[in-house]
Design a protein around this ligand. Sequence first.
Ligand SMILES: [Zn+2]
Length: 231
Amino acid sequence: MASAALVELDELAVVFDFGRGVATRLAELGVRQNEIEHVVLSHFHPDHFSDLIPYLHGGLYSQIDPRTTDLNVYGPPGLEDLGEKVLDLAGFAELEEELRPFAVHLHEIDNAKLTIDGRDFVYTDLPPAGNHGLKFDVEGAICALTGDSHFHEQEIEFLRGVDLGVIDSGHLEKEEIIELAVATEAGRLVCSHLYQELDEVELNARAREAGYEGKLLIGYDFMSLKLGNLG
Ligand SMILES: [Zn+2]
């Protein structure tokens, strides 16, 4: 399961990470190309950005869902180099600049506050090197999304006390997921980007035994969560 989350905040839509299958999933959701103007990448492993290639290619050439609005992509240093390669592969190099129906703006950021359409986000460096998480609030409810999660102090700090955390569980042992839940006291933790089978009932039972009072959820494609009304 590739990494991606579609964040919808009133009129603003942001896609965090763009791994394999995301272009297809967005189309299946009925999200039109022009509805997505902002993509944030946690880091540059292919399972976090590779579907930008078919997505942008579709935006250039699809007659069903052509893109006419510019796309902003935010990511760590190195984004401009990687972005140029992605754009070449997506077909930009074959089109003269004035014939391109839209432009892609690449924004290199690192450990910074990020304002998109007047909304504040925090983009935080999380080990291993190059990896990042994105945090924002909705009417006082805090949501944190991680790239590849690993078990370390910075990850705990990043997730501490959040109402909703979405963590990559492919690089974590079950024990570490439980420890992370206990240490962060996150209200809800979604185990996403799965490279292993997890049993939600068993995981929650073990987490409760360890003292966790929140809830662990196993992510799946099209899972939808509302912030501020998690009940
Ligand atoms: Zn990954």
